[in-house]
Ligand binder design. Structure first.
Ligand SMILES: Cc1cc2nc3c(=O)[nH]c(=O)nc-3n(C[C@H](O)[C@H](O)[C@H](O)COP(=O)(O)OP(=O)(O)OC[C@H]3O[C@@H](n4cnc5c(N)ncnc54)[C@H](O)[C@@H]3O)c2cc1C
Length: 686
């Protein structure tokens, strides 16, 4: 018999409220800093309000669905998403991106909006967009797209992709072909069962000449019957570690014919006679533009996921009491008081704002670059900014997704057994946080791209962020100028130390790449990883300081600024203490000790601000769907209710019949009653 009254919630609710009340800064102001503007913060609240009461987004039932049921329910979610974004509102891309995050499901039309439409809009000619009706068809939802680049046998190495599109001048068509079943397009989201059209990256072959990878827009399913078109073979790729709602697909072409004009022709053109022309000398770089945009979004998503995990773990750690009572206290200590918990949550909390400010920088850089491309596409400066955007979007995507996944796992583990329970709310980790480190460039490969840019910048820096690489003193001979522990919060000194480390690692990467031998000329993977991460951490720190003195944040209240500086210092100390091997050449053991003292002093101070900081991330309880991380703190009551009333095995008429779980009488009851046959105690024959 359920007895809800027996569940005491007062202690946990009071504990959370108490922890909240210890913070020193105004919540509203910090929540605006987190969102960047009040308008964005309020728009996010509005987006959640659109989803909360819509039955298509009933989140709780997802826990109990099979893959097939989950996928089917994702179609209801996708329908509702299309209705909300296109019929009831006319949402811009960035707003739609945010709405999809709050839907919290990798819906089958995700890639339509995140990759397919942006590629079509950026790389198709006006004739294709307007006269051929591409823009109108996507806008009206008559066409639903996906993005097919990866093949089963090739992912990171784009020049290894095998799908070909060979020009047939007699019919004015391209013949698209997959040479081997293992060369089929693979992993593509929405391809398996949903998309009507696909952006397909293929090698372009004209009159025997290979022009390299080019995107086509290819219709893959009949618009009336939705059946796969002839000469194509398409399947869902099957179960993954997460993302059950997405139909990642496999597609094989059998000499499939597509009109010449389905090649995206904004930057290159193939004439009726098969003459290939560059319409823009930067065509190859421009083709990377969509990737950069998606990486900018992935950085935002990584920060969002990390903030979500921190919200659950920090709230729970402030109300969970565990351990021996001390100093005559009547209650056990809150686990947030333990350093072992603080070390798994607060250093990640300290990275949220530096990462956010870096993502603002990256988005501004992207927008600026887009404007420059329109105004002056051929200038040298435009080319330089494109290279910079590629380097930073690669490095920041890799750093943010890696940090976010680490943070999510540490937060989950810090909660103990309950974190393993789906009602705790961490199951999202198996979706975007886990896939984020792989998609749009596997992180190690991306760190390689960033490092190439850094090594080039040793000779000539074309970005403010790499100016330090030009400083005359070689990093190897430098030592950190901090004289006493008092100066340790000076941002110039903090930057100087991280500059030494990054410069030294970039120099070492160059030096080792010049060593005679089979690898001469290429950068060692370990060097690329270390140098790029060191640079990204320096960039986060330097950019943070710059933002804090810039117009957006200069006028914040003193308590808010002080908390942000506490977080910056904890971030700095974390960078140092987790990379001591790289920093020892520049630091004395006394200086290392000062950094450790700083970190140990900061942990409890940041801990006092932590609950209100995660409140400022402004996650709605409906969205968190977590018994342990909801804003009220009534954790045990929530766990009880979810267990008692949501778990089908506990519900009479669903999983149970007359108080007994269904299936028991037909199976194990027979064992209990000895009806299975007599059990033998004979020894094994082996
Ligand atoms: C959830 C999910 C969704 C996806 N959605 C899509 C989609 O919609 N469309 C699409 O086209 N693709 C999609 N992908 C595919 C994704 O883009 C690829 O998985 C990714 O590019 C990595 O390629 P790969 O899997 O072939 O790994 P590989 O390239 O085979 O890499 C395997 C390992 O080798 C390492 N490695 C490879 N090359 C190098 C190198 N040169 N130097 C150093 N290390 C190297 C990598 O770091 C990695 O650890 C998706 C993948 C996932 C997991």
């Amino acid at each position: 018999m359920a007895n809800k009254q027996a569940m005491s919630t007062t202690q946990t609710v009071n504990d959370l409220e108490d922890a909240r009340s210890k913070a020193s800064f105004p919540l509203d102001e910090m929540s605006i800093v987190y969102a960047r503007t009040q308008g964005v913060r309020d728009e996010r609240r509005w987006l959640v309000s659109l989803l909360k009461d819509d039955p298509a987004f009933d989140r709780r039932k997802r826990h109990f669905m099979s893959r097939t049921e989950r996928f089917r329910s994702a179609y209801d979610e996708a329908m509702a998403y299309m209705r909300i974004t296109r019929v009831e509102n006319e949402m811009e891309k960035q707003t739609r991106d945010m709405l999809r995050i709050y839907i919290d499901s990798y819906i089958p039309v995700w890639l339509n909006d995140s990759m397919c439409i942006p590629t079509v809009m950026a790389q198709s000619s006006t004739y294709q967009l307007e006269t051929m009706g591409w823009e109108a068809n996507f806008k009206a939802g008559r066409w639903l797209g996906c993005y097919c680049q990866t093949e089963m046998r090739h992912g990171s190495n784009l020049s290894g992709l095998q799908t070909t599109a060979t020009f047939d001048q007699t019919t004015d068509e391209f013949v698209v072909h997959t040479p081997d079943p293992a060369d089929a397009k693979y992993w593509c989201g929405g391809l398996g069962k949903t998309a009507t059209h696909a952006i397909v990256q293929t090698k372009l072959i004209i009159h025997g000449k290979d022009h390299g990878l080019h995107p086509f827009l290819i219709q893959i399913r009949d618009l009336k019957t939705h059946k796969v078109l002839p000469n194509l073979e398409i399947h869902d790729i099957g179960p993954k570690l997460g993302s059950e709602s997405m139909d990642n697909g496999y597609m094989r072409f059998y000499h499939f014919r597509t009109p010449r004009m389905t090649l995206l022709m904004k930057n290159v053109e193939v004439s009726r006679e098969g003459v290939y022309t560059y319409l823009n000398p930067a065509a190859k770089v421009l083709a990377r533009g969509t990737m950069s945009l998606v990486r900018v979004f992935l950085v935002d998503l990584a920060i969002h996921n990390m903030s979500r995990a921190l919200t659950l773990a920090i709230r729970y750690s402030n109300l969970r009491r565990q351990g021996s009572t001390r100093n005559g206290a009547s209650l056990e200590p809150r686990i947030a008081e333990y350093k072992s918990i603080q070390l798994r949550t607060l250093p990640y909390l300290s990275q949220v704002f530096p990462l956010l400010f870096a993502s603002f920088y990256l988005r501004d850089l992207y927008n600026h670059q887009q404007e420059q491309l329109k105004a002056d596409p051929f200038s040298k400066d435009t080319g330089d900014r494109l290279a910079e955007l590629h380097a930073w979007s690669s490095g920041l995507k890799a750093y943010a997704t890696q940090t976010s996944l680490e943070a999510c796992n540490h937060c989950k583990e810090s909660t103990g057994g309950i974190g393993y329970h789906k009602f705790a709310g961490f199951s999202f980790i198996s979706s975007h946080p886990s896939a984020g480190v792989i998609i749009e460039g596997e992180n190690w490969v991306l760190y390689g791209e960033t490092c190439k840019y850094l090594v080039r910048s040793l000779k000539q820096s074309k970005s403010k962020a790499t100016a330090y690489l030009q400083k005359t003193s070689t990093a190897a001979s430098a030592s950190w100028a901090l004289k006493t522990a008092h100066g340790i919060r000076d941002e110039r000194l903090q930057n100087a130390l991280l500059e030494m480390r990054a410069k030294h690692l970039v120099e070492m990467a160059l030096k080792r790449s010049q060593k005679p031998g089979p690898q001469q000329g290429s950068i060692d993977h370990e060097d690329a990883y270390n140098a790029s991460r060191a640079h990204m951490q320096l960039f986060l720190l330097a950019n943070f300081s710059e933002r804090m003195s810039g117009p957006e944040l200069k006028s914040l209240s003193a308590p808010t600024r002080e908390v942000l500086f506490l977080l910056r210092d904890l971030f700095f100390a974390t960078c140092v203490l987790t990379n001591l091997g790289e920093l020892y050449p520049f630091m004395s053991s006394e200086q290392v000790e000062w950094v450790r003292e700083l970190r140990d002093d900061l942990l409890p101070r940041v801990g006092q601000e932590a609950v209100r900081l995660v409140d400022a991330f402004d996650f709605d309880d409906w969205y968190l769907d977590s018994a342990i991380g909801n804003s009220k703190g009534n954790v045990y009551e929530q766990m009880y209710d979810m267990m008692r009333f949501d778990e089908p095995l506990n519900v009479e008429g669903v999983g149970m019949q007359d108080g007994v779980v269904k299936g028991w009488h037909e199976t194990l009851q027979k064992v209990v009653e000895g009806k299975l046959g007599s059990f033998s105690d004979r020894k094994s024959k082996l």
